[in-house]
Design a protein around this ligand. Structure first.
Ligand code: BT5
Length: 318
């Protein structure tokens, strides 16, 4: 693939490719067929040879890893056209010993999951569904901080395309204005005092329009395409996301949660707002004061008491 990408005025003949790579011409043809299946637009003209036609970088593991400037996130990438859920696959891989930073990406999820058994709509082709395997040397109690630092990394990446309007709603929603563009699902395998591994699943709506989603969700979600009016490269988006993620993950492990918390607060839409938090059947109302050093949401209740919320779904009331 790298040879075909080198700039040329014409074609690479089958003979040139065969001698450069050191394989037979029949094998060159087999590789060309495989590359076409991977999404590359390759022109094959008898008597001239092969030429890579211009076009977007196809969405595959090779493209995601070429030019990915990370130390460990994405050093191993498992790419699938179709999966039940990238989190399920990543969880199985982690159980079987996959190393930290291993990535699972899919172009379509048949059973994408949100939190608490909810569904994550995962139509084929236009969106990003990815999971990152981590083995952080922290206590299970600290796992929720990884959701918050991931939210910062996702928000930063989206802001590259939409400079002002990206916000985080605690704990795991990324919004454009009031509409959800991305969600994060953090799952863990742990003992009382040790994390064996964590899988961080990230879904982002990219090159789709709202009408592809079920009607009841259309007014509450959006995509990069809806907001910018154009398609963006999913390869470029993912590379930026993995780089941003690795930077924040390292910052947290090396220097603690404080910097993450500061960045999170800059993206937050909640501070000072009246919110309702639903925790199963329990409803808590209050003014959101921010997040504490553990990543928990701090609420000021009408009674004047402050309480700490560690899990739940938030509605911002005004
Ligand atoms: C989340 O759950 O927001 C976590 C979503 C994580 C998805 C990723 S994709 C890769 C990885 N593999 C998986 O199987 N999952 C992860 P929650 O906070 O429970 O929000 C779910 C709610 O968001 C649903 O009940 C809908 O209201 C809404 N929703 C569903 N699909 C959506 C979409 N594509 N875009 C925006 N909102 C959506």
């Amino acid at each position: 693939m790298d040879i075909l990408k080198r700039p040329t005025n014409g074609y690479y003949s089958g003979q040139t490719l065969s001698t450069t790579i050191g394989i037979s011409r029949a094998a060159v043809w087999k590789h060309i067929c495989t590359l076409r299946k991977m999404g590359y637009n390759i022109d094959a003209t008898p008597s001239k040879g092969y030429r890579l036609l211009n076009g977007d970088r196809p969405f595959n593991a090779f493209e995601i890893s070429s030019g990915l400037r990370t130390a460990f996130v994405g050093k191993e990438i498992h790419f699938y056209k179709k999966l039940e859920s990238t989190n399920d696959t990543a969880f199985r891989m982690a159980k079987a010993g996959a190393s930290e930073g291993t990535i699972v990406v899919a172009d379509y999820q048949k059973a994408g999951r949100g939190r608490l058994g909810r569904k994550w709509e995962s139509p084929p082709g236009g969106n990003i569904y990815t999971s990152i395997i981590l083995r952080p040397p922290v206590l299970p109690h600290d796992a929720s901080k990884l959701t918050l630092l991931t939210a910062v990394a996702v928000s930063e990446t989206i802001r590259h395309y939409l400079p002002r309007s990206t916000f985080i709603k605690w704990p795991n929603d990324i919004l454009i204005g009031q509409k959800k563009i991305s969600g994060i699902l953090t799952e863990m395998d742990s003992e009382m005092d040790r994390i064996n591994f964590i899988v961080i699943g990230i879904g982002v709506n990219i090159n789709v329009t709202r009408d592809i989603f079920p009607e009841e969700l259309r007014s509450s979600l959006t995509s990069l395409k809806e907001e910018t009016g154009r398609d963006v490269s999913k390869v470029e988006f993912l590379q930026m996301l993995y780089m941003n993620f690795e930077r924040w993950y390292r910052s947290y492990l090396d220097s603690g949660f404080e910097h993450v918390r500061d960045a999170w607060r800059r993206f937050s839409i909640m501070e000072g707002k009246a919110v309702t938090v639903r925790q199963f059947d329990n409803i808590i109302k209050g003014i959101a004061l921010g997040i504490d050093e553990d990543g928990a949401l701090i609420l000021l209740k009408k009674s004047g008491d402050t309480i700490k919320v560690v899990a739940g779904d938030v509605v911002v009331r005004r």
